[in-house]
Unconditional design. Structure first.
Lengths: 470, 84
């Protein structure tokens, strides 16, 4: 496939079809989207690096399309990014431009162009680096702890994953997806990519499921699908999803962490009764977005499974020696091969021309097993990661950040519940404030517990198993 | 007897907010959804759970969404026959 056939470069072919519906219920057609995108790209004028401040708004999608249609490379960041983290990213990556909401003072530079609520700002930073030939965009890995490490994604990765997702979900031009996740998160972005690629409709809102305006927009616009992380499903349960009247809804997807068995069973039942398909999926930013899916026909009998590899992809399990495990039921590291495996990371602008370091093979860091029917089950992680409301959080990294603030601590926990253990009770407030203010971890995502002493073995290694997390 | 009950309900109501969000009594009167960092969507679900437990009730879908301030919540509880 040639670059000129990349779906973003052909979006104008959908002409008068509706591409976007805004939270104010204004319509943007594909013709208008591509025109406004190309005007912005003309202002930028060349292949360079920009920071795209993401919101679920038309201008944000226009900025994204401007980049992907015109070989401009965006770093996808939240419009609500912490000022310190943004400064760190700016220092490391030297973007030529910023595309951000006009009223957002955190993104500063000389304003050179405007499209409704967004402004293009020139940074004046030195462009002392090279962009790799296939590089299409950059995404953060965690979203939460504020690591400046980015995943490099190529246009071939995006095309490959988009095609596979459209195929297994059966996305059609009549679909209308409503946003529940941000564009700077790979899962949210994959929903946008797949619907644009099919000439389908995106309903854009930053409102959460807990706001009336979300459900009003949902009903007025007849949303047919949305995606959710496990926490989204906790909220839906609380909102008595089973009793809600949503006749337009055709199917929903779930990714971004494992749904508890009870929740999976409950939603399988509710969705079965309502005639809505629930598709459980698994993926990582390092694999563009998706690696596996659980077909709806298997949902009940394989509850708790991440399903099977997506079209064009393949899973294998390897043991500690790197040898492939062929027997069913044995646990090993999950390894994925496919066209959506990204070339690797970047830690600064000097890494943007790095070659393909993965060669289509991703070691996921997840420990998994396979059953006799070939369905995969994730059972744990190789390293100390948690998912907090869909965001991957590296516990060692959080410990390090707090230590840098002078707070002695160890972190442990499970998904949606991080426990921060402190030896100094007077540091409780400072720890909570630092985590909520500077890492974006939600206050409800962690609890703080005081311990007399950090448990360690003879060689000084922390004994995480001795910590009480419940 | 009735006096005591009224006090208890208000105390229970206040306590759901102060313990969920880790704030003092004086901050309650003007408190709104997303007005403080702790009252985000995660905090909201914790608050709903705390109130449901404290008063042994189940909120309707619309009420979970509508409960967007300390004041609104007070009025809402009247619907569930809780006098605050």
């Amino acid at each position: 496939m040639e670059h000129k056939d990349f779906f973003f470069k052909r979006l104008e072919e959908y002409g008068g079809s509706t591409a976007l519906v805004t939270a104010q219920e204004e319509i943007v057609t594909y013709g208008e989207l591509t025109k406004r995108a190309d005007l912005l790209a003309r202002e930028i004028g060349r292949r360079c690096l920009i920071f795209l401040a993401c919101r679920n708004a038309a201008e944000s999608v226009i900025g994204y399309a401007a980049c992907l249609r015109n070989n401009i490379v965006p770093v996808m960041v939240s419009a609500d990014i912490d000022a310190g983290l943004l400064e760190n990213l700016m220092d490391r990556y030297h973007p030529a431009y910023l595309w951000a909401p006009a009223e957002n003072g955190v993104f500063s530079g000389e304003a050179v162009y405007r499209d409704q609520g967004y402004v293009l700002k020139k940074t004046g930073l030195s462009e002392d680096y090279v962009l790799g030939a296939d590089l299409a965009l950059l995404l953060t890995t965690s979203g939460s702890t504020g690591s400046p490490k980015l995943v490099r994604q190529t246009w071939k990765n995006i095309q490959s994953n988009t095609d596979a997702i459209i195929e297994y979900l059966g996305i059609v031009p009549e679909d209308r997806a409503i946003t529940t996740l941000p564009m700077n998160y790979t899962y949210g972005l994959s929903i946008l990519n797949t619907h644009l690629s099919m000439g389908a409709r995106m309903i854009l809102t930053d409102a959460t499921l807990l706001e009336k305006s979300f459900w009003t927009l949902f009903r007025n616009q007849g949303a047919t699908t949305f995606g959710g992380v496990p926490y989204t499903y906790e909220i839906l349960k609380k909102l008595r999803f089973g009793r809600m009247q949503l006749p337009s809804l055709r199917y929903i997807t779930q990714a971004g962490g494992k749904l508890s068995k009870e929740l999976a069973e409950e939603f399988n039942t509710i969705c079965g009764e309502k005639g809505i398909r629930l598709i459980v999926m698994y993926g990582q930013t390092e694999a563009t977005a998706r690696m596996s899916w659980l077909p709806w026909k298997d949902a009940a009998r394989k509850a708790g499974s991440i399903g099977i590899a997506i079209p064009g992809g393949r899973f294998a399990l390897i043991n500690a020696d790197g040898a492939e495990i062929r027997k069913a039921g044995e646990v090993g590291e999950l390894v994925y091969r496919g066209g959506n495996v990204t070339p690797g990371y970047a830690e600064s602008r000097m890494d943007l021309a790095k070659p393909d370091e993965n060669q289509g093979e991703l070691h996921t860091g997840d420990m998994a097993k396979r059953d006799e029917d070939g369905f995969y089950y994730v059972v744990g992680r190789k390293k100390r990661f948690l998912k907090l409301f869909g965001n991957r959080v590296n516990l060692d990294e959080v410990e390090g950040l707090l230590k840098k603030e002078g707070i002695e601590n160890v972190c442990a926990g499970r998904d949606d519940r991080m426990v921060v253990f402190l030896t100094d009770p007077e540091k409780e407030g400072a720890a909570a404030e630092f985590l909520t203010q500077h890492t974006g971890i939600s206050r409800g995502g962690f609890v703080i517990r005081r311990i007399d002493e950090i448990p360690r073995n003879d060689s000084g290694k922390v004994l995480y198993s001795a910590l009480e997390i419940e | 007897m009735r006096e005591i009950n009224i006090m208890t309900n208000l105390e229970k109501y206040n306590e759901a907010f102060t313990t969920t969000f880790g704030i003092g009594q004086d901050a309650l009167e003007e408190l709104e959804y997303q007005g403080i960092a702790a009252w985000d969507s995660v905090g909201h679900m914790q608050l709903i759970a705390a109130l449901e437990e404290a008063f042994d009730i189940m909120f309707d879908t619309d009420d979970i969404i509508d409960l967007n301030s300390y004041k609104v919540g007070k009025q809402m509880l009247a619907k569930y026959e809780m006098e605050i």
